[in-house]
Ligand binder design. Sequence first.
Ligand SMILES: [Zn+2]
Length: 397
Amino acid sequence: MSSSTVVRNVRPMRKDACDIHIVDGQIIEIGANISAPDGATVINGENCLLFPGFVDAHAHMDKTLIGLPWHRHDVGPSLLDKITHERDLRREKGIDSYAQSSKLARIAIAAGTTHIRTFVDIDTDWKLAGFEGVLRTREDFKDSLDIQIVAFPQSGMLVRPGTVELMEEALRNGAEVVGGLDPSTIDRDPVKHLDVIFDLAAKHDADVDVHLHEPGDLGAFSVELIAERTKALGYQGRVVISHAICLGGVDDAYLSRLIEMLLENDIAIMSHGPSGLRPVPSVKRLRDAGVRMCSGNDGIRDAWGPLNMPDMLLRAFLIAYRNNFRRDDEIEMTLDIVTYGGADVMGDESYGLSPGCAADFVLVSGENHVEAVIDRPVRSLVVKKGRVVARDGECLV
Ligand SMILES: [Zn+2]
C-alpha cells in the first residue's frame, strides 16, 4: 500500500508558504492548499522555512573522534606531521570506524544533512578497516542518509606500495569515487599520481575527487594536469578538486586561464571556507564564472583538529564569513552550494523541491533563509525519502 503525507504551511526560499504532498518517499505536488487524501498523514509545518536536505560533499567519517574523550592536539605544523600522527593515533586508540561513523551520521541527520560524500583512508597500515566500517554504516542508514564513499590514499599512494591494490579492492566493493591527494608534495610525482588515479577511475567507472592543498603555481600545475586528464578521458562533469587553495594564490591572468580550464572540462570545486590562514578560492569569482561548487565539513574532531562542526548551515556561514559576504544574495549563494551544489556533485538527479524529486528536506523556524544561516536554529524537522528522521534537533534513527 502506498503511503501519503501532506506537510502543510512551509516557506521555500523567497516564495510564498505552500504545502508538500509526498507519496512513497517522493514529492508529487508542492503548492498552495493541497487537499490531503483519505488516510494521509498530515504534518503541520508551522510556517517554518523549507530547505532541501543539506549536502556535506566533503567529509571524513571513518576517523572522527566524536563522542570519545577529548583528544589533546599537539601535533607539528606540516602535512606529513599530521598524516603520520593520525596513523599512530588510529593504531593507539583502535578507532572503530563503524562506531565512529555511525555516531557522526546521527549527529549530521539531526542537523538536517541528507547526503554525505565521505573520504575513507586507505593505507597499508589500516588497510580497508576504515572503508569496511563506513560501508556498514552506509547500509545501516540507507533509508535515512545517502553516503557516497571515496577511496582515499591519505598517507600517499606511490610512496606506499600496496595502496593502489587496496584502493581497487574498495572500488570493487562499493566505493564510488577515487580520491587523490597533493600529487607533488605527497607522492612527489604529480604526473604518475594523477595517471594512476584517472586509470583507476576509468577502470571502475568511478568519479574523481582530489584533495589539493598545494599553493600557488605548484597547485595550479596540478589543476592543469587534472584538466588534461579529465579531457583525455571524457570525464567532464565527474571530477572535483577539493580545497584548490591555489586558486586563491595565483595572479589574476593565470586564475582566468585556470577558470577557463575548469569550465571547459566541467570540473567542480569544493571549498569549505576557512582553510586555515591560507588564501582560498574566491567563491564569488568562481560562481560568477559558472564553475560548479560544493562544500563540506571536512574532518570533524579528528587528528587534524577540533574546530569543524557537523552542521552545513554553519558551513554556509563560514563560507560567507571567509569570503566577506554581506549581501543577502551572496549568503543565498552559500546556501545553494551546501544544497544543490553538493547534490549535483554527488550525482543525485532526484534532488530538489519539485514534483518528482525525492522528499528530502529540512524545516527550521525563522524569518528568512539568510537569517537561518546567521542564527542556525535547531532543525525542527528533517525528512528523508518521505520519512521523518529527526525532530527538534534529535535524530530518530
Ligand atoms: Zn578532506
